[in-house]
Design a binder for this molecule. Structure first.
Ligand code: C5P
Length: 308
């Protein structure tokens, strides 16, 4: 009998808009955000094992392999919650850079929940999955479904939205990492008008209004992130000089995304390994799914836009 392998794709996300609504008693912040999954993705492979969780990583030598890895924590928590007495061997191929606000760790955690649900033959229980996901991190519930969605609360109260307008999407990934905890800790409260901007951004998505969409990309975390990493301001300026209609920061950074009128505009800017102010540039495309179990055929339909 051939060995059973479950393959899962774990896409990265952008926050097309992010407004901080207020600080909560539990130390987290209530947010209003619009999430979007993109075709930059990690892949995970799960194999049966009698006991315990084994993790191997390809593509990021800095990733911890023990209990502080979100993949291991997701597997351990799922096994405990569902009373599973089997183990699993997990191999992750990392393409989503860490500390970039692209949600790689969170997407890997959601992928682990879905992959092990399949490997261990568990009955699907979406409500329990969502609760376990939120215990692992604020963005993990979004990755169970992905696509385009409004996120409220910590980001786990999700409302699906239509696809964003068809544009050219360019990612700029600086080689600096931002700590989400630190960025939220350095947040300066103030009236930013961003909640209203987010509402208009959502309306623009509903109506496919490209101009309004581009004008209302906003992130309340950006001023604090730029104070910590002034280089991001130079990357923003350079992207505007290249002709971007708008530039946004995803999550707590450090990655930025720029919107151009068409994918053709981006293709003409990119050569092999193109860099801008020390940031790696790559094209990306919004996708309509989150972490998902794939067949080999599916997997080949999602080439890595970063070319790694
Ligand atoms: O939930 P997660 O572990 O991803 O969050 C990391 C840190 O970011 C939290 O410990 C918290 O300091 C901050 N955070 C927040 N409000 C959110 C999400 C994250 O304050 N909605």
């Amino acid at each position: 009998m051939s060995e059973r392998i479950v393959r899962v794709i774990a896409p990265a996300k952008l926050n097309l808009g992010l407004a901080v609504v207020g600080k909560r008693a539990d130390g987290y912040h209530d947010l209003l955000t619009i999430f979007q999954t993109i075709d930059l993705a990690d892949t995970l492979m799960f194999r049966p094992r009698t006991h315990g969780i084994g993790l191997g990583v390809d593509g990021d030598p800095t990733l911890p392999l023990g209990e502080d890895n979100l993949i291991v924590r997701a597997a351990t928590l799922l096994a405990r919650e569902r009373g599973v007495d089997q183990g699993a061997e997990i191999m992750v191929t990392k393409r989503i850079p860490a500390g970039a606000g692209l949600g790689g760790g969170s997407s890997d955690a959601a992928a682990t929940l879905l992959g092990l649900e399949t490997l261990w033959g568990l009955d699907a229980d979406p409500v329990l999955m969502k609760r376990i996901a939120l215990e692992l991190g604020s963005d993990v519930p979004f990755f169970l479904t992905g696509g385009t969605a409004r996120g409220e609360g910590r980001g786990e109260v999700l409302t699906p939205l239509p696809d964003p307008p068809a544009l050219g999407w360019l990612l700029a990934i600086p080689d600096v990492r931002c700590s989400t905890r630190e960025v939220f800790a350095n947040l300066e409260p103030g009236l930013t008008g961003s909640i209203q901007k987010l509402r208009i951004l959502e309306e623009a998505i509903h109506h496919g209004d490209v101009e309004a969409f581009a004008r209302h990309i906003v992130n309340d975390l950006e001023p604090g992130v730029v104070r910590m990493q002034p280089r991001l301001a130079r990357i923003r300026e350079a992207l505007v000089r290249l002709g971007a209609m708008t530039v946004g920061l995803t999550g707590s950074g450090s990655a930025m995304f720029a919107l151009f009128r068409s994918q053709g505009d981006i293709a003409s800017l990119l050569g092999a390994g193109t860099r801008l102010e020390g940031a790696r540039l790559c094209a990306c495309v919004p996708v309509g799914f989150g972490a998902k179990v794939v067949t080999e055929d599916d997997d080949h339909r999602h080439p890595d836009p970063a070319g790694r």
